[in-house]
Design a protein around this ligand. Structure first.
Ligand code: BES
Ligand code: ZN
Ligand code: ZN
Length: 492
């Protein structure tokens, strides 16, 4: 999809569909009045009859409107004006694209309303349009959703700085494409996206975008003693990979912060010997969503060039039972040196993260953010509207939380009091990998905390937000790419 901008009179813009956001309860607005006059009353007719209520992301398509060059006029509900934050602007742009798709529309004009600065507004609309245009039907050979929108035109009724708009589109395209890339990876079935394939795709995308990438193989992990990571991968025929990414060549040499993103990359989680029930087990192909978010964010940041360098670590493994698999009760020594009793082989995410987190510190990380589909308990606590967030760096947590109104990715803090630590005490080793039934998201966080020691750190548990089941008005079902925007925004 091409994203461009046009200034001037929207009546005269040649596009198949003109998308016009309408706020709830807005009746006496001069620009809406003007649109109503141009269309000879068509707009008021649908609004005052109650035919169309401009609730958030609801749409109403008026075919062959009078007075406009566009073949369709799409009114897009923008919700209450007082709630029209940047995240909502992105979704409104997405809803316009999504509801245009079933028609034979190739070019959409999207008129900006609201008072966001032009550069930011352009970036958000570009992100939303690309997100909405994405389809997850990669392996359909028939009845495929082939109606891709070719051009998305950003229309400004007011005078705006062209350079700002161009830069907004550039940034929005980078982040939108990176988010869709993460979605593609998470939607891939595990027979296609094995740890090796994950690593291969990371190397390919890195060479295309100027990201620096290397893959650590099993032999090196063995030498370094990354035994909690290796313990998860033991049962599988697929070799483990540790994907190591960096945005800046000279990272680490300069003083100043070095951020590390660490993403769980379990390409399939059967539970291992502590095997999962078969219902919904297929969703465990997306258990590498945290890793996909890290790769997506790193790809975007390699192009956006943030001030501070960033490294990305993705431990990629497959968790399967077999004659070689790790068994409940096994004890292993982690890269950091702490010993771990593996009581439940289905609590594997924290095991691979333990070694990756400790390794991030070896690489000189001063700030660590990990992202993982870690616990069902987190989904039970927060549902699908917020990921769980916990950690030792309250400033970073506050920053991540306040960015939510821009990213549209909900984050809610959970506690990490010392009190919870006793749940993961082991009789035989330094620590065990599961607690009791209670507070499972937090005890998983306490486990990870053991491996970052005193480095400022935040953990994001995305188990409840990595997949969308119902389909949104602004996106298809499947992987959400959650985390790409959060991680990128943090560095901006
Ligand atoms: N990958 C799962 C968590 C998960 C479950 C994510 C469902 C998304 C949907 C994780 O590895 C896991 O199995 N966690 C266990 C931990 C338990 C054994 C302490 C869980 O949450 O049940
Ligand atoms: Zn598991
Ligand atoms: Zn898992």
């Amino acid at each position: 999809m091409q994203i461009e901008h046009r200034l001037g009179d929207y009546k005269e813009i040649a596009c198949d569909l003109l998308a016009y956001p309408v706020f709830e309860g807005e009746t006496r607005d001069a620009s809406l009045d003007l649109l109503n006059r141009i269309t000879r009353g068509a707009v008021n007719a649908v609004l005052s009859s109650g035919e169309f209520k401009p609730e958030f992301c609801k749409t109403c398509n008026i075919f062959k409107p009078a007075g406009l060059k566009a073949r369709h006029l799409l009114l897009v509900g923008a919700g209450k004006k007082s709630q029209f934050n940047p995240a909502r602007l992105r979704q409104v742009a997405g809803a316009a694209v999504r509801s245009a798709k079933p028609s034979a529309v190739k070019t959409i004009g999207f008129l900006f309303r609201g008072d966001h600065p032009a550069g930011l507004a352009s970036r958000l609309a570009a992100e939303g349009a690309l997100y909405a245009n994405y389809e997850s039907d990669i392996y359909k050979t028939r009845n495929k959703e082939e109606r891709e929108i070719e051009t998305f035109l950003l229309l400004f009724g007011r005078k705006v700085a062209q350079a700002e708009v161009r830069e907004g589109i550039r940034r929005g395209t980078i982040v939108g494409d990176a988010t869709n890339f993460a979605r593609t990876l998470a939607n891939e079935p595990s027979n296609i996206l094995t740890p090796s394939q994950f690593a291969a795709r990371a190397l390919t995308v890195a060479s295309q975008t100027g990201l620096i990438a290397r893959v650590m193989e099993r032999e090196e992990m063995e030498k370094l003693g990354m035994n909690t990571l290796l313990a998860v991968s033991r049962g599988s025929e697929e070799p483990p990979k540790l994907i190591i990414l960096q945005t800046h060549k000279d990272q680490g040499k300069k003083r100043g912060p070095l951020y590390a993103f660490v993403g769980k990359g379990v390409t399939f989680d059967s539970g291992g010997i502590s095997i999962k029930p078969s219902d919904k087990m297929e969703e465990m192909k997306a258990d590498m969503s945290g890793g996909a978010a890290v790769l997506g964010a790193m790809v975007a940041l390699a192009q956006l060039r943030p001030k501070h360098p960033v490294i990305g670590l993705i431990p990629a493994v497959e968790n399967l039972p077999s004659g070689r698999a790790t068994k409940p009760g096994d004890v292993v020594k982690s890269y950091l040196g702490k010993t771990v009793e593996i009581v439940n082989t289905d609590a594997e995410g924290r095991l691979i993260l333990a070694d990756a987190l400790a390794y991030a510190r070896t690489l000189g990380a001063t700030h660590i953010i990990d992202i993982a589909t870690l616990t069902m308990a987190c989904t039970i606590a927060l549902g699908h509207a917020n990921a769980g967030m916990m950690g030792t760096d309250q400033k970073m947590i506050d920053r991540l939380r306040s960015n939510c109104r821009i990213t549209g990715e909900g984050l809610w803090q959970l506690p990490l009091d010392e009190e919870y630590r006793k749940a993961i005490r082991s009789e035989i080793a330094d620590i065990k990998n599961v607690g009791d039934r209670w507070g499972g998201a937090v005890t998983a966080g306490k486990f990870l905390e053991e491996f970052v020691e005193d480095t400022p750190w935040v953990h994001l548990d995305i188990a409840g937000v990595d997949l969308e089941y119902d389909g949104w008005t602004f996106a298809c079902k499947g992987a959400t790419g959650f985390g790409v925007r959060t991680l990128v925004q943090l560095l901006e």
